[in-house]
Design a protein around this ligand. Structure first.
Ligand code: CA
Length: 227
């Protein structure tokens, strides 16, 4: 059964997609924002992703970039944005196809079949769900971190922070985004939480925690994972 992750915040459209996809024997998971989409893409490894660009918490382009940091899963963009600049941005970020709203369900399904067929070709490289550095590796599917032969024990909060950072390799992730995602809206200003937990992560992962090589601070802005 082909597993499809539908990322869309319009409940009516989600319902219509679900009915049509399930009728054609797709197994449907859904996310209504980008944060949940990135988490589900890493945890459930869907066979294909249908992605709306206008999401409540982040631009769908950033979801594409995040997923492309570690996965080649086909991404089919579904968007009300019609300009060719929008299409180019999405395709450059790593989307496989682009369907504009309103769309015909038959066309969407045909494109979905095409995207999954391409993926099933013989040259498909294995899905990368393990992020590896010279000092540690992060298995996103098994939620395990290893340093050499040793498993590193992380608290759920440390894991959540690390997961967000390693799924955006090389990208600045803002303090606010990390706080919102890990602690929720009430804590969006509590940057001291971040400092404490990032220090803990560095002690566990960095060869020299006092001068971080992988979990880099961008002063006043956020953090960046440098693979
Ligand atoms: Ca939307």
């Amino acid at each position: 059964m082909t597993r499809v992750l539908v990322v869309e915040d319009d409940p009516q459209l989600v319902r219509a997609l679900k009915i049509n996809l399930q009728a054609r024997k797709f197994d449907v998971e859904q996310a209504t924002n980008g944060t949940a989409a990135l988490r589900l893409a890493a945890a459930d490894k869907p066979d294909v992703i249908i992605l709306d660009l206008g999401l409540p918490d982040m631009d769908g382009i950033d979801v594409i970039k995040g997923v492309r940091g570690w996965s080649r899963v086909p991404i089919l963009v579904l968007s009300a944005r019609h300009t060719s600049e929008d299409k180019i941005r999405a395709l450059d970020a790593g989307a496989d196809d682009y369907v504009t709203k309103p769309f015909s369900m038959d066309e969407l399904l045909a494109r979905l079949r095409a995207a999954t067929r391409r993926q099933e070709g013989p040259d498909r490289p294995d899905e990368v769900v393990i992020v590896t550095t010279e000092d540690f590796s992060v298995d996103l599917a098994a939620k395990k971190v290893r340093r050499g032969e040793r498993t590193v024990r992380l608290t759920p909060t440390e894991w959540h922070l690390l997961e967000i950072l390693v799924t955006h390799p090389g990208h600045l992730v803002s303090q606010r985004k990390l706080l919102l995602e890990v602690w929720g809206p009430t804590y969006a200003e509590n940057t001291n939480y971040l400092r404490v937990y990032m220090a803990q992560l560095r002690r566990k992962l960095e060869p020299d925690p006092s001068s971080p090589r992988y979990l880099v601070t961008e002063a006043g802005m956020g953090y960046r994972f440098e693979p």
